[in-house]
Design a protein around this ligand. Sequence first.
Ligand code: 5GP
Ligand code: ZN
Length: 119
Amino acid sequence: MQDPNCIFCKIVRGEIPSRKVYEDADIFAFHDIHPIAPVHFLMIPKEHVASLEQTGDVHVTALGKIMVLAGRLAAEQGADEGFRLIVNTGRVGRQEVMHVHAHILGGKEPLGPMLPRAR
Ligand code: 5GP
Ligand code: ZN
């Protein structure tokens, strides 16, 4: 299933151009348009699902592939000494695009803290 109005579904269909990192039958990966780290790409299920709050059994293969392939793709993009995988979810997670996506963030230097600690 795809959502005709979803920008990430449009990227999967090639209706919005993107810089592709990887594609197979279940997932699509492409560089973030506004990178916040030297390596910053997104991995998404091809099947439209709005957020991690809405996933079910039909998404297991795609979400599993995202986790399993993240390290290989990160290394291929130059993040070969570690990276961060973030899935912003819902209002509290400050998710902006409502199609599940994992951010892969990395580079040659350690990233900033995950969240500032309240002291
Ligand atoms: P969120 O806050 O939902 O986790 O992050 C959405 C991400 O999608 C942002 O980092 C934003 O830069 C990226 N993004 C939004 N629209 C586009 C687009 O049309 N193309 C690409 N490549 N990235 C996009
Ligand atoms: Zn979508």
